[in-house]
Design a protein. Sequence first.
Length: 517
Amino acid sequence: MSKQLPVKVDMEKIVSLCRRRGFIFPSSEIYGGLSSCWDYGPLGVELKRNIKQAWWQAVVHERDDMVGLDASILMHPQVWVASGHLEGFTDPLVECQNCNQRFRPDQVLVGEVHRQNVFLGYASGVNKEEYDKNWLEVLSQHPTPGGMFRVEPTEPKTLQDFLDDRSKIPCPFCKAIGQFTDPRLFNLMFKTFMGPIEDSASVVYLRPETAQGMFVNFENVVNTTRKRLPFGIAQTGKAFRNEITTGNFIFRSREFEQMEIEFFVKSGTDKEWFNYWVKERLNWYINLGIKKDNLRLRQHMKKELAHYALDCYDIEYLFPMGWAELEGIANRGDFDLVQHAKYSGKSLEYFDDETKEHYVPYVIEPSAGVDRSVLAVLCDAYDEELDNGEIRVLLHLHPTLAPIKVAVLPLSRRGPLVQVAKQIYADLRQCWIVQYDDAQSIGRRYRRQDEIGTPFCVTIDFQSLEDNQATIRERDSMNQIRVPISTLKTVLAAKFSGEPLFVLSPGGQIWKGGENG
Ligand SMILES: [Zn+2]
């Protein structure tokens, strides 16, 4: 009856569906919208909550070694000094327009490459080792005339000395030449003022990540929960970054929501735990129904790593615009706790009861974006089928994530049918989020539910009044079964838990029925 269409999921289709059905709207739309800000509508908020709830369930409630936290968005300004986030505020940075990496000009080494007094170009690097390597690379690009010479890289200066004429300076990261912007203060963090006076003493920032809330509460958690290493703290919440480039719908915006874990371990066990979390987090997406083919792991190259990170993997999803990061899992070593100990003056060492040692734990950080997960789930679920000459748009959402779990559809808006349908509606909504829809033809109503990913529709027709049975229709297969109304809850519960189909007969006998049975 239905035929799979070769569906090319493009962003326009997703944006249009989200807009049309109330998943996601542009922010402040009646005023023309606000760039890269988005509002989650009635269905979007349910989907988003379901994703966060599934995450919380998996990483907090189902584990003995994790606890939750909800830290405030505004934090002590010193937090951002310790974390390094304030650096871009106080020190001007240059940005490579090719790869968008940012550098402090006094931290990039630059030197001329010569052979026998012939100037060949410039080399750069973020440390001496990288500089030497890049220097020899530039040299090797110029064939040696008449034999080999022993060469030593020239002593580098810093980029600071070349800012006036940087047209020939290569980026140490991507090697693109002459791509550095003027040095400027990158206001990555949104700045605001606490209290009525807008002076420098009252400056606070909207947090650019939820992670720091967990680091600064490490001691509180250890002291109040009796958690012993290894254990983790999990948090979901809003974060704000004044990104220069935003886009791809909700993929990159300036206000976004994170789902982050800081998992504290003893150094020496960090590699093992790092590998564990990479696998664990990848499986979480697969268990939520995301196609394996659309997921991949990408290890960061050495030069991509933040200076403190020992290792990092991205879980990437094949979005309509290509592979892009869904979640990053980083081994941050002891960087964060050491920094906060240094700036707060508090010892953040952990006392190991068993070995009687004091040490600063290492941290494994799986950091996921809620909005990116929403986008990935929508892109992955989107499908079109040819059904009786019409295109059926549907979302193959995992039942756990579907905003509406069941729709109750009476075939008529009048008479005794309505009473039966309303009773079923009242009954089912004790267990699930249920929608009652009696507008337009049954075909149109099925389409509406398919398009928002509702897994099951329960239809009540005139025969229901005689045989006390209702029809359950499945979204993906469009298969239908008729079951006694008194067993609807049991059958749906079995369906949601993925059990093979069974029906309780009115006499209490359990039988396995075929689809359409
Ligand atoms: Zn670059």
